[in-house]
Ligand binder design. Structure first.
Ligand SMILES: [Zn+2]
Length: 145
């Protein structure tokens, strides 16, 4: 999360006087900065009932359970807000690239082949991840010199 957003959330939590909050899903008391806020008409900003980590997990589970709906939702949102969608795609790609996510590495491996992501064995993905980590490490060392 960017600093500006964090600042806003800290400010909001001070305004509503809550520092910690109980997450309804993982049943853990967490700092209020671990929760996102929703805007309500009556009380302004209130933290959501589940923490960010749980909400991310929940969304992931939903996508796995409803792949067709998920694709449709994705299409609709891309049509409604093409610019926002483009921005999101860009960010998501950057994140996958930074973290060397499985899907990013698979895309690298199938590039210029007729293979699909599902045909790439996980061992190959892991080996490629290590190779990329070494490459990045060496590049970093070079820059420092
Ligand atoms: Zn939680």
């Amino acid at each position: 999360m960017n600093n500006k957003l964090r600042k806003t959330e800290n400010l909001l939590s001070k305004q509503i006087g809550i520092i910690e909050k109980f997450c309804n899903l993982c049943k853990i008391i967490k700092p209020v900065s671990d929760f996102s806020f929703k805007k309500t008409v009556l009380s302004g900003f209130v933290p959501r009932s589940a923490c960010k980590a749980c909400r991310v997990l929940e969304a992931k589970n939903w996508r796995t359970k409803n792949p067709q709906k998920s694709i449709e939702y994705f299409k609709v949102s891309s049509l409604k807000n093409p610019n926002k969608h483009k921005e999101w795609l860009k960010k998501s790609y950057q994140k996958r690239k930074e973290n060397l996510s499985d899907s990013y590495v698979k895309d690298l491996l199938i590039h210029k082949t007729t293979l699909t992501r599902s045909q790439i064995p996980i061992e190959l993905v892991q080996a490629k991840q290590v190779q990329l980590q070494i490459k990045r490490f060496l590049e970093n060392q070079n820059e420092k010199r």
